[in-house]
Design a protein around this ligand. Structure first.
Ligand SMILES: [Zn+2]
Length: 339
């Protein structure tokens, strides 16, 4: 960590706290209203495959989708807007080559429209919040509904029960990369309203990467933490403020002595509101010249989180006598007034 950054960071803490106190309430912004975006905005947010399916009504090749044989307990979300669509209990093996469900999570979480394309009359299924194309529904499903919601994996995201989002229990996810995840995890774990912080990898392309692969810089992934939090207690905005207090967002692919693209500063937003708030905070920090150098933090749509190996979790608490934690992590936490 650069000395001048530390000085600037200390001076700026007061200013950031003022901003945090005025932070908007995430919960109230989520209520009501459908998600409306331009094609250009969708293109920027979605992967090319997601865009083809959700916005251009394409169908992924049968037998290829990420969630076809996926059996983890949890909730399937719209990849466009994060709307909760299906729960794992209603998923079944239909043999059709796409993920199949017997019912949506709630009646009004999807919309049905008649689709007369390809010389057939089918019922197309759309996300009720953003209008994204999901797939079709057929009358050949099993009990209890007799319906088969045949859905493209590419239109879906997934939250496991363990680290998942549930509107009822007022939980949300945030994913940040700010250098070594041991340090970032330790900082976030001390905040009220933060229920769980898991270290892992995201933002790259390799499936199920190992720590060694990520360190070899060939996966594109960054070391990140995924934070499960209660938005009624702590807002996403406050997490963003904490994030920018905990690391140096001005050093490309580097945090202090840790050098490499896996240490890049990155915010992986889970919905449009998070994207907006991240961009707003970066603009405010830049306008107020909180950092001497330009903020290089990458703001990108969350795709998939790979939990890091067990020995990385709670590294600070389990290894607080290790030299790395003494030298790097403790000073950082002290700086933040948490220890
Ligand atoms: Zn949607």
């Amino acid at each position: 960590m650069k000395k001048r950054f530390m000085v600037i960071a200390l001076v700026s803490i007061g200013a950031i706290w003022m901003m945090a106190r005025e932070g908007r309430n995430v919960e109230s912004k989520r209520e009501g209203g459908s998600v409306m975006k331009t094609d250009a905005e969708w293109k920027e947010q979605l992967s090319p495959e997601q865009y083809r399916i959700l916005r251009e009504k394409a169908t992924e090749h049968p037998g290829t989708g990420e969630y076809l044989n996926h059996q983890t307990e949890g909730t399937y979300l719209c990849a466009g807007c994060g709307n909760a669509l299906f729960v794992s209990e209603t998923k079944y093996e239909s043999g059709c080559g796409w993920p199949a469900f017997t019912a949506p999570i709630e009646k009004n979480s999807v919309e049905e429209v008649e689709d007369r394309s390809h010389g057939m009359v089918r019922k197309e299924i759309l996300c009720s919040k953003c209008g994204g194309h999901l797939g079709h529904v057929f009358n050949d499903g099993p009990e209890p509904t007799g319906l088969r919601y045949c859905i493209n994996s590419g239109a879906l995201g997934f939250e496991s029960v363990k680290s998942g989002v549930s509107k009822e229990s007022r939980e949300a996810l945030a994913t940040f990369g700010g250098g070594c995840f041991w340090c970032v995890e330790a900082g976030f774990e001390m905040l009220d309203g933060v229920k769980e912080v898991v270290s892992g990898y995201a933002g790259g392309s390799t499936k199920n990467p190992t720590y060694e692969q990520v360190c070899s810089k060939t996966t594109g992934h960054a070391e990140v933490v995924q934070i499960r939090f209660d938005p009624a207690v702590i807002s996403y905005r406050k997490l963003l403020d904490m994030f920018f207090r905990m690391h140096d967002p001005t050093t490309p692919n580097r945090q202090g002595a840790d050098v490499g693209s896996q240490y890049r500063s990155i915010i992986l937003y889970h919905d449009a509101e998070q994207k907006q708030e991240a961009e707003d905070v970066i603009k405010e920090l830049a306008d107020e010249k909180v950092f001497e150098d330009q903020i290089v933090t990458e703001v990108t749509a969350f795709q998939k989180f790979y939990e890091a190996e067990k020995y990385h979790q709670n590294y600070f608490r389990q290894n607080s006598k290790q030299p790395y934690c003494q030298m790097v992590i403790k000073p950082k936490l002290k700086k933040l007034g948490l220890r």
